[in-house]
Design a protein around this ligand. Structure first.
Ligand SMILES: Nc1nc2c(c(=O)[nH]1)N[C@H]1C(S)=C(S)[C@@H](COP(=O)(O)O)O[C@H]1N2
Ligand SMILES: [Mo]
Length: 418
């Protein structure tokens, strides 16, 4: 899949992000195309379909993005962790981050159909309406959706290595209670055979386009059939409400514990193949590239990694001599959270945080630690989690060019006031 032209575009984009290339004379659309080709963002659709009602306008995101809850990044919106304190275990739909390669399409749930087709099926496959799906046995599962690039900006700010892609801090993650039907059920109804190896859901949002005009096609990424039959859901409800437009209405795929790109929104069809499938989203993108990785990149990314975040703004003020309750959350794609340690002195001493939830797979745990700062001045808070595989968040993460799977301990600056 990788062409010289693509490598050139990747290089150009890195130069542009580093400020080492000029972008004057290029239209906004041209720049967006370049970003698209480098895999930094997806293509812009032909005009936005939605309007933001508060905060900055983002072409193609339907819901309001109030400034106190979101940081807008290109066609995407990152949730602010400071806005999650006290909001409960599940991320409210209104506060859930949005990652769009193109724009949110407005699909009619009545006429929407899911087509299941391909060489891994017996016969011609099958078609399902939303009513058909709702008439199948339903399953509810609480799980995070987290972008593979969540935390990407810390490669630059903590490690001095700039990766291409959206410069997320830690807000490209949310946990919701999803309801829908097991993909396994739908595949079996569609005539799944034992020859099937890959299952590829495809979105109905606009096609992505490379800089030279080559269509990349609709967002799509193959899943191994074993994962598809395990815990993957086709969901139409998010936190007890119909799936909102920005999160994939009427139906999205939910691939628990895996990188967000696997959870295809606005799914329109699913190819079930007796041969391995490839798309830009499992070849040029969503693998690890760079020193220490094979020429064609690592294997396609699957499970998410381990992270922790404080529910605080950057440079949050704390009065000296008073007791404050630091709160945050930790989560892992590899298993459950076993423990969380917090340091309030830049990493010299660590204290066990109190966990407020029973650790569960595919979810985060909320935690807290009381803190009575003594001296006024700048301080650095750190939180590091250990998961059930025994992995503890490291001080640094080995670099990869597209800045995926950051799991290092984030240094959170705060200000102690007299
Ligand atoms: N059809 C489609 N599915 C998609 C995307 C997209 O742009 N189009 N973005 C993916 C990525 S990269 C992520 S991280 C998640 C984000 O889900 P959210 O916007 O509901 O938070 O959706 C994934 N599914
Ligand atoms: Mo993502």
């Amino acid at each position: 899949m990788t062409t010289d032209e693509r490598d050139y575009d990747h290089l150009r984009m890195r130069q542009w992000l580093d400020g080492a290339a000029r972008a004057d004379g290029i239209s906004r659309r041209g720049m967006l195309r370049l970003l698209t080709a480098a895999g930094v963002i997806g293509a812009v659709g032909a005009g936005g379909t939605g309007t933001a009602h508060a905060g900055p306008t983002v072409p193609g995101i339907v819901k309001p993005l109030p400034d106190e809850h979101f940081i807008v990044r290109g066609t995407n919106a990152e949730s602010r962790w400071s806005g999650l304190r006290g909001t409960g275990f599940h991320t409210p739909n209104e506060l859930f981050f949005v990652r769009n390669h193109t724009t949110t399409p407005e699909l009619d749930a009545e006429s929407w159909r899911l087509r299941v087709w391909g060489s891994g099926l017996r016969g011609d496959g099958a078609e399902f309406s939303l009513c058909d799906l709702k008439s199948l046995p339903s399953t509810t599962h609480t799980a995070f959706v987290e972008c593979a690039g969540n935390g990407r900006s810390f490669y630059a700010t903590q490690q001095g290595q700039t990766a291409s892609g959206t410069a997320w801090t830690l807000g490209a993650v949310g946990v919701a209670r999803w309801r829908g039907v097991r993909l396994a059920h739908v595949l079996r109804r569609a005539g799944l055979t034992r020859h099937a190896v890959d299952v590829q859901p495809r979105g109905l949002d606009a096609e992505a386009t490379a800089s030279d005009g080559t269509p990349m096609g609709h967002v799509r990424r193959p899943l191994p059939v074993a994962k598809a039959l395990d815990d993957v859901l086709l969901v139409h409800e998010m936190n007890g409400r119909p799936l909102p437009p920005d999160h994939g209405a009427p139906v999205r795929v939910l691939v628990p514990s895996w990188v967000g790109i696997a959870s295809v929104k606005w799914v329109g069809d699913i190819e079930v193949s007796a041969e391995p499938l490839y798309s830009p989203w499992n070849t040029d993108l969503y693998r690890l590239f760079g020193p220490g990785y094979p020429e064609g990149g690592s294997a396609p990314l699957t499970r998410q990694t381990l992270k922790s975040a404080f529910e605080l703004p950057w440079d949050a003020p704390f009065a000296a001599g008073r007791t404050h309750h630091l709160t945050g959350r930790s989560w892992s794609g590899a298993g459950t959270i076993r423990s969380v340690e917090v340091s309030t002195d830049g990493g010299r001493r660590w204290h066990h945080a109190r966990l407020h939830d029973v650790p569960r797979r595919d979810s985060w745990v909320r935690w807290s630690l009381p803190w009575t700062p003594r001296a006024a001045g700048a301080a650095t808070l750190l939180a590091r989690a250990t998961d059930s595989t025994g992995t503890r968040q490291p001080d640094t993460t080995p670099f990869n060019e597209q800045g995926y799977l950051f799991n290092g301990v984030v240094r959170h600056p705060v200000l102690v006031t007299a």
